[in-house]
Ligand binder design. Structure first.
Ligand code: ISJ
Length: 107
């Protein structure tokens, strides 16, 4: 237990902190599972691209995704810039995987 938690003692604040952290842990677990499913799909897209001589990145598709995600974020009161950065972070990793799959296929 951290110093701050010790200081909170057996209080309502500590109980609330624990409950919130329990929800955060559940959400983090859901995020990991959702990302794992997304990467399963993108790996398959990578194989499709490599076998059909398509480039690893598709900037036109990314532009549409970013616009859509920014709107969704805005509607959900999430910072659209953060949502865009988050998507770009994931997409960069996906493209890296696609490049590796293409190289493996000898493209
Ligand atoms: C998955 C794809 O490949 C890349 C990765 C994307 C993604 O992770 O959403 C989107 C576009 C592409 O740059 C795709 O073309 O659909």
């Amino acid at each position: 237990m951290s110093e701050a938690e010790t200081r909170l003692g057996d209080s309502e604040a500590l109980n609330e902190l624990k409950a919130l952290r329990s929800s955060i842990d559940n959400i983090d677990a859901a995020l990991v599972h959702m990302l794992a499913e997304r990467f399963k799909c993108t790996q398959k897209v990578g194989v499709l691209k490599a076998t059909n001589d398509l480039p690893p990145a598709d900037p036109a598709r990314e532009k549409i995704q970013i616009e859509r995600l920014r709107q969704l974020a805005s509607d959900a009161h999430l910072d659209p810039d953060f949502a865009e950065k988050f998507l770009n972070f994931i997409v960069r990793e996906v493209i890296r995987h696609h490049e590796a799959i293409a190289a493996e296929a000898g493209n």
